[in-house]
Design a protein around this ligand. Sequence first.
Ligand code: UDX
Length: 446
Amino acid sequence: MRVTVFGIGYVGLVQAAVLAEVGHDVVCVDVDETKVENLKKGVIPIYEPGLTPLVESHFKAGRLNFTTDAAHGVKHGEVQFIAVGTPPDEDGSADLKYVLAVASTIAEHMDCPKVIIDKSTVPVGTADKVKQRVTDILAKRGADIEFDVVSNPEFLKEGAAVNDCMRPDRIIIGTYNERPQDLMRELYGPFNRNHDKVVFMDVRSAELTKYAANCMLATKISFMNEMANLAEILGADIEAVRRGIGSDPRIGYHFIYPGCGYGGSCFPKDVQALIRTAEQHDYQPAILQAVESVNTRQKSKLPALVKQHFGQQLAGKTFALWGLSFKPNTDDMREAPSRVLLEALWEQGAKVQAFDPEAMEETQRIYGVREDLTLVGTKEAALRGADALIICTEWQQFRAPDFDQIKQQLSEAVIFDGRNLFEPNRMKRKGFTYYAIGRGQSVTQY
Ligand code: UDX
């Protein structure tokens, strides 16, 4: 099938690559010329395991092409994906200008029936707006061409995006009527083996499904962070509690890890956007508001623990920081808890020596060169001459470090662990002051 994908961001590029992988003929359109030229040379703008070889091989085979020529893109695809960004407005609601601009482009250039697929995470009601925009422009052109708008949200996780796209749990397809359903089944046929994963529904339900899924997961995390804080106060151990409740299949073990707050491009943005949508309809979304405020407070937990231990004045102190990305296996720093920590430490006059396996370039891009930030090439180098170690991201290589070396390097044997990587009792026996999340001595005074 001929497929066009507008927007070569995270979602668009991964989707395009896996569609090419199963044999579809894919053209990707983006306004960013440098990005397009780089992709043709095999330079991938994001770090995502498994993506580079897919893009390279299918580009060479001619099944995956990149262009800035929108008219060519519209001509090419029977289906037209809209996978452009929906950045948050000042008030947190999703900004639809790019989505609607693509809808306009498609309407201006189409000369035969098209199925237009909303892939971007968009507020409920966006498909209606896309449909209206296309109808208006076609009317202005005097063109009587059939088209369908479909809501088809993605559920991929960064770091596992290729696999998530190749083996989706479910394929949500929201349509206005049955007309585009066969074509959608054909498009996703190669991903829909073993059992039927396609769930057809109306467009508004499909749009809300995406938000409901992410907000549910964010709720689980904020709930566990709240339990962790309570565990500290009550003298319980959240890790025991986690195992205890996770064994109930109705609760499950997934997404109940407490930590230093959730980040990334999806949870913070989607929770905020659904809050704004609810408020715009005069509904107070009490649970969502709590999920957000618990997360904001949780991101201040590590800085609060540091201040509790070292006092308010951190001038002259140097902290080793392991992990900058919002989670492992990505270089993504969007809404990362490490940013709240870095900024709080700098504010108190501290210096930071940081190491991350992937996100250091991104950190440099965000913060530039500063005298109070040194980015180093290994986790060991981060420790050199530092006063304490702080862990923000649970990269595999941080899970079994050489504790003797850590002790030797740090001026004080103290670790602030935002991801609960170690056993508090063992750490105590090794002679560390060990602060974790919801495990004993971490009772935080905010
Ligand atoms: C998420 C959803 O998982 C995905 O389905 C959706 O399409 C996009 O948003 P992503 O943002 O890539 O994916 O990361 P995810 O692995 O879900 O982690 C999000 C954040 O939650 C991270 O900061 C992670 O550290 C945190 N988290 C996750 C916890 O703090 N505890 C957990 O138990 C799980």
